[in-house]
Design a protein around this ligand. Sequence first.
Ligand code: NAP
Length: 298
Amino acid sequence: MRVFLTGATGFIGSYLVPELLQAGHHVVGLTRSAASAEALTRAGAVPLQGDVNDADVLREAVAAADGVIHAAFNHDFAALAQHSAADRQVIETLGAALAGTDRPLIVSSGTGLADRRGPLACETDPPFSGAAYPRAATEDAAAAVCARGVRAMVLRLAQVHDTRHQGRIALHIQLARQHGHVAYVGAGENRLAAVHVTDAVRLYRLALEHGEAGRRYHAVAEDGVPLHAIAEVIGARLRLPVGSISPDAAAGYFGGLAGLAQMDLPASSALTRQRLDWTPTGPDLLSDLRALPDDVGH
Ligand SMILES: NC(=O)c1ccc[n+]([C@@H]2O[C@H](COP(=O)([O-])OP(=O)(O)OC[C@H]3O[C@@H](n4cnc5c(N)ncnc54)[C@H](OP(=O)(O)O)[C@@H]3O)[C@@H](O)[C@H]2O)c1
């Protein structure tokens, strides 16, 4: 399959390119910089230099593709609403270019965006809605293009990790270095679902090859790793003391991350495993944190 991949130079994209190539696909990867374009060429993909917000670039790339994976996103959280609105537009453009075909479109979301109705967030849970959740625009846009006949799917990712990248946990590590101790709030029993990046990218490939229109798939290997366990491993690795802080002290330690640090975000992938015959096999989150490189958080 000729695959057009946005976000090809990101954390997930950099693992997705070899995953797709090894399965025999041809990859055209979108990138903004000449240096990243060279890296994509070295990796065996065809670079397409351009901005994801340029509709002409997207239309041209989609016209030459048998399937599209959209993994680009601007993670500047100070302008989350603006970037989420832009993402809606990107998905609208990709969807319009795919309309009337059976070619798959996979968009990337997070399990934290599921409006959990049971003990674990599952694939059938709709996304949150409303102004408090601007990032839900991504799933809204996917549903809208799907309603217009596009074979669009949503891949919701749990916390994706390897030994160098752990998304929001990197912020916990930076804060620990800054404060000289590792904190969790209350009993720290609130959880974070997790998946190793190699398992996540295999799921993207399976969704591309076999996914069905309108499905949400969950890239979740571990349903929920407690925040106190994460803090203890970070503390051991950084040789820093670890302890609980009260909810009142959370803003002082975590700043803008205080709300997130207290959320319980467990998730399931039972339906995904069954529907796409996906079994995660990669290292677990705590093993990757134990193997953090020495310069982490600096
Ligand atoms: N990693 C996780 O744990 C996680 C969890 C939940 C959801 N997700 C979602 O999964 C997707 C991929 O995440 P990631 O971790 O790989 O993110 P990432 O490492 O931040 O990579 C983002 C990619 O988007 C590209 N990009 C951003 N703005 C662009 C623009 N205007 N034009 C072209 N490319 C642009 C970046 O290109 P440059 O290299 O040019 O900057 C980069 O390749 C995102 O939608 C993310 O929100 C990730």
